[in-house]
Design a binder for this molecule. Structure first.
Ligand SMILES: [Zn+2]
Length: 513
């Protein structure tokens, strides 16, 4: 097995309110990739955090009449607190307003681009959406409104620092079209190529300190301006690695020296990650990300999910986990959300999916296998069968199951490589379904009766089928570990006969109501 070093990041959400299910989606997707790579023997660093320096945070604090630092502190803690309920395995959590690694890194990035001659001052007038933290060209607005927020943008006129994005258009086009900067799914890659082909204009990368309410990182050498929050936030991917302190240590290990640098992003921030960020890195002379994996949005009960109503529309991940458990929430996100197109969440869909799959198909399979071993073999698993083995040696009824098991790891890996969690989980589910079909076809209880009546061959076939079933369940526990770490561990414990006997049968996933 060849191992590699993978740096994997989520975007850092701005923290003017609590997290919603859309944040949970991205975090859980990244967590599955991280866990799967670790289990494959890769070295992985899974990075996340919060964007504290957004102007939206300041406005939310003003509305509450409290200092910005207090508001972002409260919500950043809530985001970091998703770790346990969602069973996330991130290695690092950076907060851009308070982490001492951040500001020196952002300043270094700025200076590197300035040294390259890519930053210049210009008087500017434009239409700015605070919700997006970006300027829009008149042609990009829909009936004069922000296409993302349907709100009128603010007219802003001031002197700003600009970044020479136009200089990098050809290079960016080559990188994306050649796949050296890989963007999945392909529809998103084409979107980026279309955006580049439409012409890249230099963009403003600073704000007057007054308009930023004094919040943010001052421009080096120009204290009247703060660095544009997107520059600041994108920088987190390297500042968290100690880029501000030099080229050694984590920065060398996980950025310049990593085999893959993977960003998970939502479709709404694709342009920032696939165009602005690589251009900044090109200017600074640093390596680019290798992969940008793009997910779509969720809706809840048919409505767009926004943070402000996270608590009201059933899309608060912490409340969902408290009610339905981590496995059920993760499973819905991984099993139901396609690569492209919006997915509507309702609690009823989550419950139906968990009960159909986890309680019925999988939970019953495991209980049945363990119960049969207790009933007919006093809890002792008959020898062999823990690995898929040679299908040709099995009775015909077991061949389809053995085949599904043998193919599963490769199909899971291929699904995850394509950023297709439904394909990956489908590979696991084929094994579950084949195993249930196998039980119905083999009827171990009938073999046990025949054995009791003196048919020794039936006894051997019973041994074979019980070994195959427990081996299959145990294998499912291993394959599910990156997706549902809690349930996977319970399945593995249920199938663990290292003490000589299986533990008494207990439901691994009780039905939800
Ligand atoms: Zn907007």
């Amino acid at each position: 097995m060849t191992t590699s070093r993978i740096y994997l990041s989520t975007t850092i959400p701005y923290v003017n309110a609590r997290a919603h299910l859309g944040h949970a989606l991205e975090l859980v997707q990244a967590d599955v990739l991280a866990r799967h790579a670790r289990l494959a023997g890769d070295q992985v660093r899974f990075q996340t955090g919060t964007d504290d320096n957004s102007l939206k945070n300041v406005l939310a604090a003003e509305a509450e009449g409290i200092p910005a630092a207090e508001l972002v502190g409260r919500y950043a803690a809530a985001f970091e607190g998703l770790r346990e309920p969602l069973a996330l395995s991130f290695d690092d959590f950076i907060r851009t307003s308070s982490d001492p690694r951040h500001r020196p890194g952002v300043e270094r990035l700025w200076r590197a681009c300035a040294d390259r001659g890519d930053l210049y001052l210009k008087h500017y007038e434009g239409r700015y959406c605070v919700g997006c933290e970006q300027f829009y060209k008149p042609a990009e607005l829909q009936a004069g409104l922000c296409p993302e927020h349907q709100t009128p943008p603010q007219l802003v006129a001031e002197e700003n620092w600009f970044f020479r994005l136009s200089r990098y258009a050809d290079q960016l086009h080559d990188l994306v079209s050649s796949g050296r900067l890989r963007i999945e799914p392909a529809a998103r890659r084409n979107e980026v190529l279309g955006f580049i082909a439409g012409g890249l204009e230099d963009f403003s990368v600073s704000r007057s300190t007054a308009r930023a309410r004094g919040w943010g990182i001052p421009v080096p050498g120009d204290p009247g301006q703060v660095i544009y929050v997107w520059w600041d936030a994108l920088g987190n991917y390297v500042t968290a690695l100690g880029y501000g302190a030099g080229d050694a240590g984590d920065y060398r290990r996980w950025w310049t020296g990593a085999g893959r640098r993977v960003h998970l992003v939502g479709k709404g921030v694709l342009r920032f990650h696939a165009v602005y960020w690589p251009a900044i890195l090109l200017s600074a002379g640093e390596p680019l990300p290798t992969d940008i994996l793009v997910h779509d949005y969720l809706t809840a009960g048919g409505r767009k999910i926004s943070k402000s109503d996270a608590s009201g529309d059933g899309a608060d991940p912490v409340a969902l986990v408290a009610r339905y458990g981590t496995d059920a929430v993760r499973w819905w996100l991984l099993r139901e959300v396609p690569r492209l197109g919006e997915t509507d969440f309702t609690p009823a869909r989550l419950v139906a999916r968990a009960n159909d799959d986890l309680a019925n198909d999988l939970g019953n399979l495991v209980s049945r296998a363990v119960t049969l071993v207790h009933r007919y073999r006093q809890g002792k698993v008959p020898g062999a069968g823990a690995t898929p083995g040679d299908p040709a040696r099995l009775a015909p009824a077991g061949r389809a199951l053995a085949q599904a098991r043998r193919r599963a790891p490769e199909r899971i890996a291929a699904g995850l490589a394509d950023f297709d969690f439904r394909a990956a989980t489908a590979a696991i589910w084929d094994v579950v379904e084949e195993a249930n079909r196998y039980v119905e076809r083999v009827e171990p209880w009938r073999l046990a009766r025949a054995e009791r009546d003196g048919d020794a061959a039936a006894g051997e076939r019973l041994d074979e089928s019980l070994a195959l079933l427990i081996g299959t369940c145990s294998g499912l526990g291993r394959e599910l570990a990156p997706f549902l770490p809690g349930l996977a561990a319970r399945i593995q414990a249920a199938c663990d006969d290292s003490a000589g006997l299986l533990p008494a049968a207990e439901p691994v996933f009780p039905r939800l109501r």
